[in-house]
Design a protein around this ligand. Structure first.
Ligand code: ASP
Length: 322
């Protein structure tokens, strides 16, 4: 029996014929006092990716393809902590994590700790499509990449001055106080993600990250862990951002869809229960879409870069509370 057949989802007749998409650029945002120009840069990047997603979904493109393409765009944008612009680990290097999941089949793929792949999300998709595994890590993921048509770059290519400064601050603070993470959680988080319900009623989720600034070498967060930082099934698709360890502990991705499947909660109820009752203040947030095309973007940090659109005409880009 196929994975999809084991999984009882909504019947085809119930499936809506609309589309919906949510994108996030992480729960670690600019300060509210940042200049309008700086803020505008993030809003523009989110608006452009959202416009791309909207156009392609309106043309009937598949959820999984839109998720991958959106995340690739954000991986190339140095404003966000994924791909170019990823944060540094404590050794001053980049180790990138990503995962992707097709909710209509439960097929999924992930990579952790990759160092030379320009678009980790596409390597994650290749793990899904070309192997019988779900997650490849470190040297094994790099070796797999050698045999695939994926663009490779030197690890230094991901460097940006802003992230270098952040690492210096984190390491100085660590030497002074012993604190592993910076006192201000806004400086810690990043990650990009996309969740989609397409015109065919299929759900998908994709997430990519450089992880946490100053993270231990070899540390893997929630983003490449299916069921934690990224998940999609027949009920909903979820992408998370924040303190990965917390999202792993609470298996946030699958918990959210289980609340819909077994608990009868709405998407909004489920997202709020997890973000405000299960997680702790400043842990981060999530975006999600359910099988009816409802969208949620909920966070317990100061802000979360986010962009939401649907076929009913919604098109919003936000950083802080509405
Ligand atoms: N969740 C990511 C991680 O822990 C980081 C983030 O979202 O900022 O690796």
């Amino acid at each position: 029996m196929s994975l999809a057949a084991c999984h009882s989802g909504p019947s085809a007749a119930e499936r809506p014929t609309i589309w919906a998409v949510a994108i996030h650029g992480g729960a670690g945002t600019l300060d509210k006092q940042a200049s309008p120009d700086k803020r505008g840069e993030y809003e523009l990047a989110l608006t452009q990716t959202l416009a791309y997603a909207k156009d392609h979904l309106a043309r009937g493109e598949a959820a999984i393809d839109v998720c991958e393409a959106v995340v690739r765009m954000l991986e190339d944008d140095p404003h966000f902590n994924a791909g170019k612009g990823a944060v540094f680990n404590e050794k001053g290097e980049h180790e990138l994590d990503a995962s992707i999941m097709d909710g209509s089949t439960l097929r999924c793929g992930a990579v952790a700790g990759v160092r030379t792949v320009r678009h980790p999300i596409s390597l994650a998709r290749l793990v899904m499509e070309k192997t019988r595994h779900v997650l490849l890590a470190g040297d094994g993921a790099e070796l797999f990449a050698d045999g695939q048509k994926v663009e490779r770059v030197d690890n230094r290519w991901f460097d940006t001055e802003a992230r270098r400064q952040l690492l210096d601050e984190v390491l100085q603070e660590r030497a002074r106080t012993g604190a592993l993470l910076p006192p201000d959680p806004r400086q810690t988080y990043g990650t990009v993600g996309c969740v989609v319900m397409d015109m065919h009623g299929h759900l998908a989720a994709a997430t990519s990250t450089g992880g946490l600034t100053g993270k231990r070498w070899g540390r893997v967060g929630d983003s490449p862990l299916i069921g934690a930082g990224n998940y999609a099934d027949a009920w909903a698709a979820v992408s998370c951002t924040g303190t990965g360890e917390q999202f792993i502990r609470h298996a946030v991705g699958r918990s959210l869809t289980a609340r819909l499947q077994f608990g009868g909660q709405t998407l909004d109820q489920a997202a709020r229960a997890i973000v405000f009752d299960t997680l702790q203040k400043d842990d981060g947030g999530l975006i999600a879409v359910d099988r009816h095309g409802n969208l949620a973007a909920v966070f317990n940090s100061q802000g979360m870069y986010r962009a939401l659109a649907d076929s009913a005409g919604r098109f919003t880009v936000r950083i802080f509370e509405d």
